[in-house]
Design a protein around this ligand. Structure first.
Ligand SMILES: [Zn+2]
Ligand SMILES: [Zn+2]
Length: 187
């Protein structure tokens, strides 16, 4: 009895409850946040909670934030064991390699960020919410360990343009779904 209780305790220590922590800035409306929370919960089947932190906007709205610096900042936030973090920023974002990215996720890390200005381009509220959720699932997919996928019917396909993003699905292809499942069993 004592032994099995200890075994259960060890199991709990080594396998913290998975969750997603969402950090938003004031650019996101409550209805948009709720849509995103529901969609991420459906995609990853983990609790999605709100973080108190958020990404500080740049002093000049036209100046993009450096995506990697944003992720480095997020990595320093207090950590809940088993939690992966997603920040939504109303600022433009870029990286050393690419200008104006939709988002960025550190592969097998803990943080991802989505930059919304381009996603709002010529989008009605419904289209914007769809784009926001799709990019969020994609970037968190990297955090869960996935790379870009060649399958056009997979959310992990690389989209450089809004046209490509709008044509991509919200779901994982069978291969990525398998990899995601395996990765989550192993971590
Ligand atoms: Zn990607
Ligand atoms: Zn795939």
């Amino acid at each position: 009895m004592l032994l099995s209780a200890a075994a259960i305790a060890i199991h709990l220590v080594t396998r913290p409850t998975e969750s997603i922590g969402l950090a938003v800035d004031p650019s996101l409306a409550p209805a948009e946040i709720q849509y995103l929370k529901d969609g991420l919960h459906a995609a990853y089947e983990v609790p999605v909670g709100m973080l108190t932190e958020s990404i500080k906007p740049p002093a000049d709205a036209q100046t993009p934030l450096d995506g990697r610096e944003v992720l480095a900042t997020m990595d320093r936030w207090p950590r809940v064991p088993g939690q992966r973090q997603l920040a939504i920023s109303g600022a433009h974002g870029d990286t050393v390699e690419r200008t104006f990215v939709f988002g960025l996720g550190r592969r097998a890390g803990r943080s991802a960020v989505v930059f919304t200005p381009r996603l709002r381009h010529r989008a009605n509220p419904t289209l914007f919410r769809q784009r926001l959720l799709r990019v969020s699932i994609h970037e968190l997919g990297h955090v869960y360990g996935l790379r870009h996928c060649e399958d056009q019917d997979c959310v992990m396909v690389y989209s450089a343009t809004l046209l490509a993003l709008d044509a991509s699905p919200d779901h994982f292809c069978p291969r990525c779904a398998r990899l995601l499942h395996g990765w989550r069993q192993a971590t």
